[in-house]
Design a protein around this ligand. Structure first.
Ligand SMILES: Cc1cc2nc3c(=O)[nH]c(=O)nc-3n(C[C@H](O)[C@H](O)[C@H](O)COP(=O)(O)OP(=O)(O)OC[C@H]3O[C@@H](n4cnc5c(N)ncnc54)[C@H](O)[C@@H]3O)c2cc1C
Ligand code: SF4
Length: 323
């Protein structure tokens, strides 16, 4: 039995006052508690933030502000999210199960950790768990691992569906820590592994996610999320695509695309977006855009199929939106 202290925060100020070195924030607990049971995470104290930052508000000039404590189910079911950002609602509903989505929070979903099998197996070598130990995935079973942005130290993927939509939508994250408040573009929150796969985000020690802001993006009403996986439910993405498309007179005026299941972070497809702008909204342009995004893909021994799968999923999703 590993002992730890438990405190419940009443508000953001008390959460920041209670959090200590070696402590962690606890929201729905659907990831952190599993990791503690497996002794992969060993916080000395938990500060329960599940009762704070729980509101979801439409902004005056358009856009939404979603508190970090709002549950995944609440976000997915909110009428304004379903109407203005359908990709976000669909991404959340593609994840986990109804019971887990009822417990899981926005903040916890963003900071959930990889599902790399070797990360969960403390008999395996893992640089993310123990920096410098090595990585058993690189020459091991790596069917679910990364094809973009990986390093010689870690080839894990980020498991979230919701985060893929947040990356595509140009969301902003509001943070508060001992040094005050700051905001970060969502696409800068998660890191690629490089030589320090144990440092997964740009969060500073003790910083708390307060909320996520979605900008007004009228053409996101024409958006969707597609998740390709080994089972039709209760499985993480092999590849997923969140996309919004703005088409006028048969040409692409603007696009937002992000990929899941392919990298250590939700992967914003900037190259594909640039390749699409001003081009006819045809299967040929969509294939060119997908090729541009995947041109630097570096598959491992067991996941070469992901490269073509990612391209075909991008093309298929864009065709659906164009129609
Ligand atoms: C069986 C199973 C299947 C799943 N399938 C999917 C799936 O298909 N797709 C998918 O996307 N997800 C899936 N998940 C993951 C699930 O979405 C996450 O476990 C959940 O979103 C985490 O949210 P939580 O509130 O429970 O976080 P917690 O477990 O409480 O916390 C997770 C991390 O976030 C930190 N944290 C929480 N809130 C804050 C905050 N406000 N500020 C700073 N740090 C914070 C915690 O310290 C911890 O490190 C699955 C989970 C399970 C158990
Ligand atoms: S891929 Fe990353 S998380 Fe998985 S074993 Fe290697 S270092 Fe650990």
């Amino acid at each position: 039995m590993i002992e730890f202290r438990y405190d419940r925060a009443d508000d953001v100020g008390s959460a920041l006052g209670l959090i200590s070195e070696g402590g962690k924030y606890l929201a729905g607990g659907t990831n952190l508690v599993d990791l503690m049971r497996e002794t992969i995470e060993r916080p000395t104290a938990l500060v329960d933030v599940s009762g704070i930052s729980g509101s979801l508000e439409e902004q005056a000039g358009g856009g939404m502000r979603i508190g970090a404590g709002v549950t995944n189910s609440t976000v997915a079911a909110h009428p304004a999210i379903r109407r203005d950002y359908p990709m976000l609602s669909r991404a959340i509903l593609a994840g986990a199960s109804a019971q887990i989505r009822n417990m899981a929070s926005v903040g916890g979903n963003i900071l959930q950790r990889t599902r790399c099998y070797y990360f969960y197996d403390d008999a395996a070598r893992c640089n993310k768990r123990t920096p410098g130990a090595g990585c058993d995935a690189i020459d091991g079973f790596n069917r679910i691992h990364a094809i973009l942005g990986a390093s010689a130290d870690c080839v894990a993927t980020h498991p979230s569906d919701m985060c893929v939509a947040l990356a595509a939508l140009d969301a902003t994250v509001h943070l508060r820590g001992p040094e005050g408040e700051r905001t970060l573009p969502f696409v800068e929150l998660h890191h690629l592994p490089g030589g320090r796969p144990d440092i997964e985000t740009a969060l500073k020690p003790r910083e708390l996610i307060i909320s996520v802001e979605l900008p007004a993006l009228p053409f996101a009403r024409r958006s969707t999320y597609r998740k390709v996986r080994d089972r039709s439910s209760y499985a993480f993405a092999l590849v997923s695509v969140a996309a919004a498309l703005d088409v006028e007179g048969g040409a692409v005026r603007d696009a937002r695309i992000a990929l899941g299941g392919v990298a250590h972070k939700p992967w914003r497809a900037f190259a594909a977006e640039a390749a699409l702008k001003g081009k006819p909204a045809t299967a040929e342009s969509f294939r060119t855009a997908a090729e541009a995004e995947l041109k630097d893909a570096a598959p491992l021994s067991g996941n070469g199929f992901k490269v073509e799968l990612a391209k075909r999923t991008i093309i298929s999703v864009l065709q659906e939106l164009a129609a």
